[in-house]
Design a protein around this ligand. Structure first.
Ligand SMILES: Cc1cc2nc3c(=O)[nH]c(=O)nc-3n(C[C@H](O)[C@H](O)[C@H](O)COP(=O)(O)O)c2cc1C
Length: 365
């Protein structure tokens, strides 16, 4: 039996992870996030997770130009939920470890010990540059910042008086009290994908958050992360995020996918490319269009099909990729979560997948 955790990757920025005029267009409101969180908790999901984003990509769909802030959104969700884990994203350049230690202790108290952080060195450095916070050469030094930051916060979570003198963070005679409810501090998930990122996660984090170029690559990345941990004499769990497009039949799901592709926001993609991969700048518009059509789903891999097809692919990922956690985004979250719960989850059970937490109804049954 393969056991997995189920998580929801919350819609903290507008329109989620599909860059298309033909996908549902929505704002990332508190009410939407709250309703999704309460429903996910009710149907037995294990965690709620939000990314951190400070700058969007424009285009016709204004992709991610509208986003809530991760720590404060998750604090609100911690207050209205009872059981589910709550994970917010934190970047070392934005938040000093002393401030972060107090915030994490506060949110851990509000949640009754259900809080964790996703610690990311970041990807789109424009976000930091717009605040005047981008150090020269950060691409090469980011994991040095990350190491010092995690060393410092772990001291603040556990020691009475902290003195820490690193190259990037200096903490003098500092007391952080109260400590988090969870003994030793809150869990740290890290989304490092490079060799260095994975080694950092194995040494300083609790779980490794990954994605892949395609499903085969995702399985390889998961196994590679575990090997990196093993070579360092430790173990590491892996989680991924997927965009689930669940329709009644495979044909209907493919029709929806074609529709999304037809409505791709090329301008938003062009902006993403010019920020992220400078080498794509100057590429012909045809190249950008081709790439955008293939990648209408941003960052995370889509799985589209009938409930049986989606369940079969997810079960295979969990078993063959040795993944420990699956997180989902949906074009329409509440509709997608309902379909997942009533039609995909039972099928995954039949395929030998166990779920870490069960709903009250399941326990009674
Ligand atoms: C699942 C996942 C979630 C991520 N979330 C964020 C985020 O919220 N904010 C951010 O700036 N970067 C985020 N990243 C990007 C990471 O910070 C990092 O740049 C990326 O994983 C590349 O890995 P590397 O830094 O080891 O090369 C995320 C990456 C992954 C895989």
């Amino acid at each position: 039996m393969t056991k997995i955790d189920l998580g929801v990757f919350m819609p903290i920025a507008n329109n989620g992870w599909i860059i298309s005029k033909n996908a549902p267009q929505y704002m990332p409101t508190w009410e939407l996030n709250r309703d999704i969180a309460l429903y996910a908790e009710k149907i037995g999901f294990d965690s709620l997770f939000s990314m951190v984003k400070w700058k969007g990509f424009g285009g016709q769909t204004q992709h991610w130009d509208h986003s809530l802030e991760s720590l404060t959104l998750m604090t609100g969700l911690a207050a209205v939920t009872d059981r589910i884990s709550i994970i917010a994203s934190v970047q070392p350049l934005i938040l000093n470890p002393v401030v972060a230690a107090k915030m994490t202790a506060t949110i851990d108290q509000i949640s009754g010990g259900r809080f964790g952080i996703n610690f990311v060195t970041g990807q789109y450095f424009d976000e930091y540059a717009q605040m005047g916070l981008l150090p020269e050469g950060y691409a090469n030094t980011r994991y040095d910042y990350a190491r010092e930051w995690t060393e410092a916060i772990k001291l603040l979570w556990t020691q009475d008086k902290v003195n820490y003198h690193g190259e990037h963070y200096q903490i003098t005679d500092c007391t952080s009290s109260p400590k988090p409810v969870q003994e030793g501090g809150v869990p740290i998930v890290c989304a490092g994908m490079s060799e260095r990122g994975m080694a950092f996660t194995a040494r300083h984090g609790d779980r490794c958050f990954i994605t892949g170029r395609d499903l085969a690559d995702l399985k390889d990345v998961s196994k590679r992360a575990k090997q990196v941990a093993m070579s360092l004499g430790t173990t590491m769990k892996t989680d991924t995020v997927l965009v689930l497009v669940i329709e009644d039949t495979d044909e209907e799901a493919q029709r929806v996918m074609e529709d999304y592709r037809a409505g791709v926001d090329v301008e938003a993609w062009r902006n993403i490319f010019s920020i992220y991969a400078k080498d794509v700048e100057g590429a012909s518009s045809q190249t950008v269009l081709e790439r955008a059509k293939r990648d209408v789903f941003f960052a995370f891999l889509p799985i589209a099909g009938s409930p049986v097809t989606v369940a079969t692919i997810l079960a295979d990922l969990a078993k063959e990729g040795d993944l420990d956690g699956l997180m989902f985004t949906f074009p329409d979250y509440l509709r997608g979560l309902k379909k997942f719960d009533s039609e995909v989850k039972p099928e995954m059970r039949r395929l030998g997948i166990q779920f870490s937490s069960t709903t009250h109804e399941e326990e009674v049954a």
